[in-house]
Design a protein around this ligand. Structure first.
Ligand SMILES: C[S@@+](CC[C@H](N)C(=O)[O-])C[C@H]1O[C@@H](n2cnc3c(N)ncnc32)[C@H](O)[C@@H]1O
Length: 202
């Protein structure tokens, strides 16, 4: 199903694929890193999520008891499709009062007061789907996110491979940084997805 010029949702053999800007973004067959991203936010009451995708991270937060999940998604068409119940999970998120779906660029949507901010909007600084997302991995935006966290809050950044430059930047800005590596096998290919977890400000 082509949703708009930018987004394609395709279901084959029971597996839903999300293609963004012509690039494979994710599928429903292997979501361990999307779930790990949510798990690393918990426990939390209020979480800001950048990127709806197929909704695995947000759904896991919901199941983990988070009271308010605001998901900021660039594609208005994807949000409309979620509200129309394109997949069971997206429909469940769209109709839950604890979930707020907002159309926008996360770059402009960071407000104060979050226990966690989870960014899964692109493949990471070394393999961008949208060039304009480069700024999301830069010092100025990362510092804004860290400043928007509640005391002991966490900023989490999903990357398709470890990113030493991002880690250096986060270590400069945050009090503490750890990296969760999630090994993933897709057929013959293997990947080490990386989730950076940075604790409030330095
Ligand atoms: C890989 S998917 C997110 C997967 C999600 N964690 C899940 O569990 O299904 C990335 C999403 O981020 C969205 N996106 C890309 N750039 C964005 C931006 N700057 N702000 C908000 N959303 C963005 C894409 O349209 C896509 O829906």
């Amino acid at each position: 199903m082509t949703i708009d010029d930018d987004i394609v949702l395709r279901t084959r053999d029971g597996v839903t694929e999300l293609i963004v800007n012509g690039v494979f973004a994710m599928d429903s067959a292997e979501v361990s890193s999307e779930l790990a991203l949510a798990d690393a936010c918990l426990p939390a009451r209020r979480v800001l999520v950048g990127g709806l995708g197929l909704g695995y991270t947000a759904a896991r937060l919901l199941d983990g008891g988070v009271q308010h999940i605001r998901v900021v998604e660039l594609s208005a068409a994807l949000v409309a499709t979620a509200r129309a119940g394109a997949t069971e999970q997206l429909g469940r998120l769209a109709s839950n009062p604890r979930v707020e779906l907002v159309v926008g660029d996360i770059a402009d949507a960071v407000t104060p007061g979050w226990d966690a901010i989870a960014l899964d909007v692109d493949n990471g600084p070394s393999f961008l789907i949208h060039d304009h997302n480069a700024a999301l991995y830069g010092a100025s935006f990362l510092a804004r996110c860290l400043a928007a966290l509640n005391p002991s809050g966490k900023l989490l950044v999903w990357c398709e491979s470890p990113s030493p430059d991002l880690e250096v930047e986060l270590r400069r800005l945050a009090r503490d940084v750890r990296v969760i590596v999630v090994p993933v096998f897709r057929g013959e290919r293997s990947f080490n997805y990386a989730i950076y977890v940075a604790s409030s400000q330095a």
